[in-house]
Each structure stands twice: as C-alpha cells, then as structure tokens.
Design a protein around this ligand. Structure first.
Ligand code: MLT
Length: 408
C-alpha cells in the first residue's frame, strides 16, 4: 500500500495565493461585467528591460546554431552571471562575496523552500509572524512541526512583528537554530537598519544558529542608510545565507532567475558537534536535484548589470515605488495607518477590522484584490497588504474605487 507523507495533512489551507485566486475567480464568474484590478500577489506587470530582451534574443539565437549551441550548463550557474552578481551586488558594497559562493536558480521561492532539507529534523526553527508562507509550509511538509492550533504550528518559534516593534521582532526568548528573516519585508514592507540586523547576526554567532535572509526586495531600497545585503554586517559570512531574485528586481517573475549566496565559511554542525560547511551541502543538493537555469535566461539576467540594464531596471522599480507612494498616501488620507511602501513595493494597511472581511469588501465593492494580512499569520490579523505591482493607471483607478467604496 502506497502511503502518503502525512505531514502534508497538517498543512492548514491551500497556499495563500491559490486561495485568493479561487475567491477572485468565483467573484469574476458571478460578475463577468466587472473589471478587477489586482494589487494582491506581488507579480510584476511591466515588460522586461530592453537590455534583457536583447540579451535574451541573442541567447536564443546562439542556441539555434551548431557552433554556439549549449547543452547542460553548470548546475551552479554560468560564471559570466555569477561574476557580475558578486561584483555589482556585493563587492561594490564592501561585502566580501566571491562568484563561487553564488548559486543561480529558478527562484527565491524554490530556494527558501528547499534549503531546509540540508538541516536536521530536530532543529528549532524561528519564523516571523507575519511571514511569507513558504518558510512555514515547507517545514511543515518536511515534518518539523506538530499540528496547527489557532493558526500556529506546534514546534515552531514565532517571532512577532507588531506596529509597536516596527515589524522587527525581538530576539527569541528560547534558543533557536534556524532563523528566517526577510527585509525589505514581505508582507509588511518594513525595513531593517544595520544596527538591528547586527543584533541578529550577533545572536546567530553566539548561539551557533543560522540566518536565512530573504532579500528578494533589496532593489526597492532607496534609503542609503539601509543595508542592501546581510553581508554588510560584520561576522555575517559565517552565519547567514542570503536569497535574491531577478523577479522583482528586473521583472523576471515569468522568466525565472534568482540566486542564493552561501559563503564558504558558513557553518553548521552534526550531532557530535563537528563543524560542516553549508556551502558543500548546498552544492551537493543543487548538483543532484537541479540542472541549472536556461542559457538564454542567464544571458538576460546578466544584462541587468550592463549600464543600460541598470538604468532600465532602476526605472522599472522607480515606477513601482511611485505607485507605492501613491497607495500609501491615499490609504493614509482615508485614515488608515500604513507601514512600508517607501523602500518596498508592499503597503501594510491597518484595516481596523477582520482582514478577510476587508479583503471581501475591497473585492466586492471596489473590484480591487489585495492580500488579507491574516493569511500571513496571526499577527497579520486586522491588516491587508496592497501591492504596488501594476500600471500607474490601474493603481490610480484602484485608489479612486477604494475611496468611493469606503465613502458609500
Ligand atoms: C507575494 O505576493 O508575496 C509574492 O509574489 C510571492 C512570491 O514572490 O512568491
């Protein structure tokens, strides 16, 4: 008899964004005449930067000729891309990261989901609340938690983000081994300062823990005082893995390219307390289960680092940040307390009511899709997340509709 992995039965509902899509579909089926504006899932709407498109085409052309055709590439990614990343995203900011510490992949979602499998079943895991659901669900699937009770899984340590702590959780009150952090934060849009991040790096060093730092929204940081990578913090190389993505940086959500940084000195331990290099484990895992991102896609990603690509990607993000500023301004003027939207594409709005009720109100009365904060955890109850990923026209229309729905 074939038996299932019963940990899957512990998973609460379906993946949040699938749940939302289902509600939106039902609404659309009932009201086919209504045009819905989607400010829910953080999915880009603008085309790829022209520099990326040119390089993408060139990569495809190379695949069309026997002289330039390529089969399997290196599982870790082509050197031309890894070198550009190391130079521009890290060394240029004083962060000591080498090209061979970068693993190219097809997404930060996959990497943040897959990384847990190189660690023991027994580790104590700390996740933020509110949280990007992938961190939690993948550990549930792996059997590291007990059952869910009142929206929380037994066995996980929840790091509470609240208005009072600015969505920067305090250090855990009990020992933890693996810590998920995400800044600029999804879902709240909050950012972390160097000093605040240093507290976590110091904690990890003192407790022989490891930080999984999701920096998928790094390109939205405009405040020069904020850290752009955890490796700007002294001592982080030994205790942190960083996840990045071209999805939000350059519009690659449908093209798929990301990378994970695992410094060669990053350390974890076996049951006897012996040190092991996480780089070697992740390299082994990557080489066994992944065959690399396609050559044309890596060429397109490399073009992000050309002078034209840099300017075009920045302009893309500037547009989304202008949307974010508009959303924040409008929601604040309607009397809602907002976080984020300044160095982040997400605006976290205190709806002062049940989050799914606010989600339904905006969908039914304004035809606008947001994301209910409760879907990100208990601390998200009462909030909604509005995403700035859409055209300027749609964001303006959405804000006008919300204004009139709330007035009515
Ligand atoms: C989100 O809306 O939170 C993101 O789009 C999710 C993701 O990038 O996977």
């Amino acid at each position: 008899m074939i038996k299932i992995n019963e940990s899957y039965l512990k998973l609460q509902a379906s993946y949040l964004f699938i749940d939302i899509a289902r509600r939106v579909q039902a609404f659309q089926a009932a009201h086919p005449e209504k045009e819905i504006i989607k400010l829910g899932i953080g999915d880009v709407t603008h085309p790829l930067p022209d520099a990326c498109i040119q390089a993408f085409h060139q990569g495809v052309d190379e695949m069309a000729s026997a002289a330039t055709f390529r089969g399997y590439g290196p599982e870790q990614g082509y050197a031309f891309l890894r070198e550009k990343i190391a130079e521009h995203d890290f060394q240029a900011r004083g962060a000591d990261i080498a090209a061979d510490e970068i693993f190219i992949s097809d997404g930060a979602k996959c990497d943040t989901g897959n990384i847990q499998e190189i660690f023991s079943q027994e580790i104590r895991i700390a996740v933020p609340d509110p949280v990007y659901p992938v961190y939690v669900d993948t550990n549930v699937m792996a059997g590291r938690t007990g059952a869910a009770e009142e929206g929380r899984y037994k066995g996980l340590v929840y790091l509470e983000g609240t208005r009072e702590n600015g969505f920067i959780p305090a250090l855990p009150g009990e020992p933890v081994d693996l810590i998920y952090l995400c800044y600029p934060n999804n879902p709240t849009g909050a950012t972390i300062t160097r000093e605040q991040l240093k507290v976590w790096v110091d904690y990890a060093r003192e407790n022989r823990s490891l930080i999984l730092y999701d920096a998928a929204y790094e390109a939205f940081i405009r405040d020069p005082a904020l850290p752009r990578t955890i490796y700007e913090i002294e001592g982080a190389r030994e205790v942190a893995i960083e996840f990045r993505s071209f999805s939000k940086t350059a519009g690659f959500t449908g093209t798929r390219c990301a990378f994970t940084v695992v410094p060669k000195v990053c350390t974890a331990y076996d049951t006897a307390g012996e040190k092991h290099l996480v780089h070697a484990l992740w390299n082994r895992r990557h080489g066994t289960k992944f065959n690399g991102v396609s050559y044309p896609v890596q060429k397109a990603a490399e073009a992000v680092y050309s002078p034209e690509g840099q300017a075009q990607a920045r302009a893309l993000i500037d547009g989304y940040l202008e949307n974010a500023a508009l959303i924040r301004r409008e929601m604040s003027s309607l009397g809602f307390d907002c976080v984020g939207g300044e160095n982040s594409p997400y605006i976290w709005v205190d709806g002062r009511r049940d989050s799914w009720a606010f989600f339904d109100l905006l969908l039914n009365e304004a035809g606008v899709v947001c994301t209910p904060g409760a879907g990100f955890g208990r601390c998200g109850e009462g909030y909604i997340r509005i995403s700035a990923f859409n055209s300027r026209d749609n964001v303006e229309a959405a804000m006008a509709r919300i204004r009139s729905a709330l007035a009515g």
